[in-house]
Ligand binder design. Structure first.
Ligand SMILES: [Zn+2]
Length: 307
């Protein structure tokens, strides 16, 4: 069987005015590697792609580390720890960050929410969106406070509004407008995402994977768009190294984001292995184009793990 542990942000300090970026520190990462070693054996990328069937039927637990979103901090802070332990991993990148030098919407949301006062965000919502959409009903206010029980009332209402109530298009308008005002996109691209040298280093080791061009939920797009999203990043990876062991991680990884015909198109475009974010360990019944992963929080050494 195969247990996959996925990471996003790796940084020494997560302190922000309005903390909305979560991840692990290098010390926590190092510690989690030690804990994971107790429950299984790490596999190489070569084993993953060429012996996947044997690994899945094996009753022994095989382990794999993955990283989503191509963040520079993954290369600079996590890779040295992996190399010290002789562990290979897959780093899934979005080619838009490098080709168009644009920041993914998912990261814009994290940055805006962690740096900008909730009142400012709320007044931007009022400016940009139709009034009836941005007021919570009393029922929704109760739900919001219940759902975000660790936040104060105002933050809970705002999070509920942004995450559950605002239509996606409106949310993007609000975030883009705030992002343009408060951030310099070029600076964020340069500090947040890997350099070409770093990408090349990983490509030579077959450790670069496809996270699609612009980090959209593929299952909600039409076939032509899905193909284009997957193909652009595949070509970008192959511009560094002819990689025949292509793996893909579907952005957001939910059932909706991975629904038909997403995995079929990924397969047709030459991907042998695909990862969702459905939690679980993979055994002989697994679909190789839709392997389950755990968030690092849920595995031994992680923040939510209960023995
Ligand atoms: Zn992602």
């Amino acid at each position: 069987m195969l247990t996959v542990c996925n990471f996003h942000y790796i940084r020494t300090n997560f302190e922000k005015p309005y903390p909305s970026i979560f991840g692990v520190t290098p010390i926590e990462f190092d510690n989690q590697i030690k804990e994971l070693k107790k429950i299984g054996e790490f596999i190489s990328i070569d084993q993953l792609v060429n012996n996947i069937d044997e690994i899945l039927v094996d009753t022994k637990n095989h382990l794999l580390i993955t990283f989503d979103d191509g963040l520079k901090e993954q290369f600079e802070l996590a890779l040295p720890i992996l190399e010290k332990n002789n562990i290979e991993a897959l780093f899934f990148i979005n080619s838009m960050n490098y080709i168009e030098k644009k920041v993914s919407m998912v990261h814009k949301i994290h940055l805006v929410r962690s740096e900008i006062n909730p009142n400012t965000i709320l007044s931007e919502v009022n400016k940009v969106c139709a009034i009836e959409r941005n007021e919570l009903t009393s029922d929704e206010m109760i739900k919001a406070v219940k759902h975000y029980r660790y936040d104060d009332q105002q933050s809970a209402h705002l999070k509920y509004l942004l995450n559950f109530k605002l239509p996606k298009k409106d949310l993007e308008l609000v975030i883009n407008s705030l992002f343009e005002t408060y951030f310099n996109e070029e600076e964020v691209v340069n500090s947040l995402y890997m350099t070409n040298n770093q990408l090349n280093y990983l490509a030579q080791k077959q450790m670069l994977g496809n996270h699609t061009h612009s980090h959209l939920a593929l299952g909600l797009l039409n076939e032509v768009q899905i193909e284009s999203e997957i193909f652009k990043t595949k070509s970008f990876i192959q511009s560094f190294q002819k990689n025949t062991n292509l793996a893909i991680s579907y952005p957001y990884g939910s059932e909706e984001a991975c629904q038909d015909p997403v995995t079929e198109i990924a397969k047709q475009l030459g991907h042998k292995i695909g990862f969702s974010m459905e939690r679980g360990t993979n055994d002989k019944t697994a679909n190789k184009l839709l392997l389950k992963r755990y968030s690092s929080n849920d595995l031994p050494g992680g923040k939510n793990y209960i023995e």
